[in-house]
Write a protein that binds this ligand. Sequence first.
Ligand code: S3P
Length: 180
Amino acid sequence: MISEKKIKPPIVLCGMMGTGKSTLGRLLAEELSLPFYDLDKMIEQKTGKSIPQIFEEFGEKEFRRIEREVLTAFVQSCDGVLALGGGSLQNQHLTDHVKLYAWLVFINTPIELILERVLRKKNRPMIKTEDPEKTREKIEQLFEARKPLYKQAHITVQTDGRDAEVFATEIVKRLKIYAA
Ligand code: S3P
């Protein structure tokens, strides 16, 4: 009997803050019957501190060092779906490393939607202002800088305000191309 083709994990989701990587990742993991992991949660577990606390006590540079360390080690043995933080790919070297071990999926979401979500939830250390115009500028600036790395993903999914289920199904369908 020929068995059904399986998508080999890890599957790693990248994209800006507020794109719904964790919600989508959880659904995707469910659809594929795989475990779900969230890099920010793993960093919080390792350090015993919340992400805003790490930024406040040690600064962004130290946060990125921990993030790099956890991601580099974990992606090699990850057996499921992993949602990254918005800045986790950091540089070309790290992006190459992730792509060596994982199917990389870029969740792309319109800036308007990102802005709406970021303004609603005010605990993002990379956004230090509550001024909507300044927040938009900061998001645009971060997105421009990160886009060259995000765009190297195997798959890009353009989301909108619809339910995450729609996009989880789309990702599964498109990942099947790589199934073995
Ligand atoms: C960050 C995004 C956050 C978190 C940290 C830094 C960023 O994750 O990793 O606050 O640099 O964009 P989310 O993308 O899950 O919000």
